[in-house]
Design a protein around this ligand. Structure first.
Ligand SMILES: NC(=O)c1ccc[n+]([C@@H]2O[C@H](COP(=O)([O-])OP(=O)(O)OC[C@H]3O[C@@H](n4cnc5c(N)ncnc54)[C@H](O)[C@@H]3O)[C@@H](O)[C@H]2O)c1
Length: 384
């Protein structure tokens, strides 16, 4: 199934690609939790160096570089960093609500961007990024490191091989029993910073798991619901001894949705940061010739713990084939950074392109709108 509407080219022309005979100069915007993973992976690359970082909290970027033993310039204003540092690319590691402004500023100043997930909070913001990307001719790659896992890639190969026939129904999602993410900061639970909760934090991964396998069919309608029963309850934070988080909690801790995709496919989705259940179910992809069961995980880091199973009739006999687990051949995060750098150096396509993730964001946006309105909504995705 081909992407049509928004499948604009994100190739940079060869002359715009960065000369590979020197180290790429990288800047990091937002030096909080996930920026640690970015800098560790950049430090492993021979052809890149982190030369600057910016965080709006005074002193935070300097402390970050000190902790990592890196000599780099620290800024409070990312615009000043971009204006003065002669960078080749940036990682945007800020909380969700500032993804758009930081990414667009970087693009407008000629810089390719590795943008953390979720792409944005709203569909409108994602559209603005895509338009700025198209105008700039620079790439934005969205930080879905599970894409680089061999098992995740196998799901796509199975679907594309035709083993399942025509796919007509998908169930996906997952979550944690007691796992509202407040151990390193309250960024994820505050509306003004995160904008969205479980649906944006881990829901975007579950959606990508199946939408990527199907070639990102366009979402058409969504009926969704988001709730916050546990986030607002102080006892939900007993494990981390932070009952005060209940007062700050202003996003969703659970979301569910029934989504219609182009090509007569239905996607049944649920995601939880907290629930009285071990799992809300495995991911299943049902087709006219076979079905695939992907055992549920905490769905955040792309690791698979149990083998997948293909169900098919063999000579008329209902049969099951276990797909062997593919062992990891390196850190997913390193692959995410490497693939981005390769695209910058060669002028290639974004490894995880916005023209796909726009549809992921459209679904999340549709769930938010439908939940507020209390009924199904049409998903309208403007031309980029
Ligand atoms: N890929 C992954 O595995 C993964 C894991 C965790 C978080 N994330 C994503 O990374 C992002 C950041 O999460 P985190 O846990 O690191 O949050 P965090 O709060 O620890 O860090 C974010 C930092 O960005 C800074 N910031 C925000 N707006 C800024 C701006 N305009 N200019 C400069 N600095 C700014 C904040 O001050 C903060 O220090 C989120 O979008 C989150 O979803 C991805």
């Amino acid at each position: 199934m081909a992407l049509d509407l928004n499948d604009f080219s994100t190739d940079m022309t060869e002359k715009e690609a960065v000369c590979s005979s020197r180290k790429l100069r990288i800047g990091i915007i937002g030096t909080g939790g996930i920026a640690n993973s970015h800098i560790k992976s950049y430090l492993k690359q021979r052809d890149a160096e982190v030369v600057a970082g910016a965080d709006l909290i005074p002193g935070k970027a300097a402390q970050f570089f000190e902790r990592h033993g890196v000599e780099a310039r620290a800024f409070e204003d990312y615009r000043e960093m971009i204006d003065t540092m002669d960078l080749d690319a940036v990682s945007v590691c800020t909380y969700n609500s500032t993804h758009k402004e930081c990414t667009i500023y970087a693009l407008e100043h000629g810089l390719p961007v590795l943008l953390e997930k979720p792409m944005t909070v709203t569909l409108d913001e994602a559209v603005e990024i895509c338009r700025a990307e198209k105008k700039s001719g620079k790439i934005v790659s969205v930080g879905f490191q599970p894409r680089f896992d061999g098992n995740m890639q196998m799901i796509k190969k199975i679907v594309e091989s035709g083993e399942l026939g025509k796919v007509y129904y998908i169930q996906t999602g997952g979550g944690r029993r007691h796992g509202i993410p407040v151990s390193w900061s309250t960024t994820f639970i505050e509306e003004e910073k995160a904008g969205i909760g479980a649906v944006g934090d881990i829901g975007c991964y579950s959606l990508d798991l199946v939408l990527n396998a199907l070639g990102y069919p366009k979402p058409l309608t969504v009926s969704g619901q988001m709730t916050d029963y546990f986030g607002k309850d102080p006892s939900s934070y007993a494990k981390v001894n932070k009952p005060e988080c209940a007062e700050m909690f202003s996003v969703d801790d659970f979301a569910s949705a029934y989504i219609r995709l182009e090509g007569d496919i239905v996607l049944d989705f649920r995601i939880a940061w907290y629930m009285h259940l071990d799992t809300p179910g495995d991911t299943i992809i049902m087709g006219t010739k076979g079905a695939l069961r992907i055992p549920s995980t905490d769905c955040w880091n792309g690791t698979f713990h149990k083998p997948m199973t293909v169900y098919r009739d063999v000579a008329g006999l209902p049969s099951q084939i276990e797909v062997p687990l593919i062992p990891s051949d390196g850190e997913l995060f390193d692959k995410k950074i490497r693939s981005f750098l390769d695209a910058v150096i060669t002028g290639g396509k974004a490894p995880v392109p916005t023209c796909q993730i726009l549809y992921n964001q459209a679904i999340i946006d549709g769930i938010m709108k439908s939940s507020k309105l209390g009924h199904e909504v049409q998903i309208e995705i403007p031309e980029i």
